[in-house]
Design a protein around this ligand. Structure first.
Ligand code: CP
Ligand code: NVA
Length: 313
């Protein structure tokens, strides 16, 4: 993993993900490691963030490295300066770039012209760091990944794409319920189906949330309008009205099913009021695990750490 970009979950193998979860479990137990002394990560965001920014900053700090945060609007990628020039300039200063962009193409251009690794901190296409932390959370709660069934209810967006790819790589069964016109992209689905068939897992796409959730181990949802889609929010509220995760829908899942959401959430929209605060919800574990997983990721990309540290597996 050392020196590699992470733009998409498909940049990783199932084995890479096993290592990351294993190392993250050890990072979580032991806290601080002096692995990245003298290394600098630049965090360059075109959109707002709470979890991703704070967890990347802390992750570098706890590994002995440092960060430079560039605010949304500060660099004005492709506007004040071309994306390719920004990539080449930053490569002369820092050891890695974590970027949150509107367009996934911007990330690809950054990676093409950068001589240091580029990490996707969310684009319109994927949110790989979120999906990896989510797998860690599911593993902690369930003690396994392969063979579990995850139901994603809602927009076929960046979060849906990454969890679809990551979970299918690990042999989880996926059921995705989205309204017509808001389904996951065909190319991502095709890749995920390839992973699933290699490992013996199944993927079902449906318009019916009830069908997706029935008997599921994990129920996952995300906002109906992502960052950059604010103008569509009202229209999307109508389209997704039947896709709210509420007590009635959750009652169809397994008795011990967990509820996941990357946050920030719109309570009363994609999730009914109160439900994220119920015992089934693991959303704050997900948020915490962003830190531990990203420490493992940064140690792998910047330091070459790939040791089976904990009793995972
Ligand atoms: N889940 C997540 O990425 O949160 P932020 O947008 O706050 O970083
Ligand atoms: N789909 C959401 C995820 C936020 C973490 C967005 O892109 O805004």
């Amino acid at each position: 993993m050392k020196g590699k970009d992470l733009l998409s979950i498909s940049d990783l193998s199932g084995e890479d993900i096993h290592w990351l979860i294993s190392d993250a479990i050890d990072m979580k137990a032991k806290g601080w490691f002096s692995l990245l002394g003298g290394k600098t990560l630049v965090i360059m965001f075109e959109k707002p963030s709470l979890r991703t920014r704070v967890s990347f900053e802390l992750a570098m700090h706890q590994l002995g490295g440092q960060t430079i945060y560039l605010t949304p609007g500060e660099v004005r990628l492709g506007e004040r300066e071309s994306v390719s020039d920004v990539a080449r300039v930053l490569s002369r200063y820092v050891d890695a770039i974590a970027a949150r962009t509107f367009s996934h193409q911007t990330l690809e251009t950054l990676a093409r012209y950068s001589s240091v690794p580029v990490i996707n901190a969310l684009s319109d296409l994927e949110h790989p760091c979120q999906a990896l932390a989510d797998l860690l959370t599911i593993y902690e709660k369930k003690g396994e990944l392969q063979g579990l069934t995850l139901a994603f209810v809602g927009d076929g967006n960046n979060v849906a794409h990454s969890i679809l790819l990551a979970a299918s790589l690990m042999g989880m069964n996926l059921r995705i319920a989205s309204p017509p016109g808001y389904t996951v992209q065909d190319k991502i689905l095709h890749t995920a189906k390839g992973y699933a068939s290699d490992i013996g897992a199944e993927i079902l796409c449906t318009e019916e949330p009830q069908l997706a959730v029935t008997g599921a181990d994990v129920v996952y949802t995300d906002v109906w309008a992502s960052m950059g889609q604010e103008a569509e929010a009202q229209q999307r509220r109508q389209v997704f009205a039947g896709y709210q995760v509420n007590r009635e829908l959750l009652s169809l899942a397994k008795e011990d099913a967990i509820l996941m959401h990357p946050l920030p959430a719109h309570r009363g929209e994609e999730v009914a009021e109160g439900i994220l605060d119920s015992p089934r919800s693991v959303v704050f574990d997900q948020a915490e695990n962003r830190l531990h997983l990203q420490k493992a990721l940064l140690a792998g990309i910047l330091g070459g750490l790939e040791i089976p540290l904990a009793g995972y597996g």
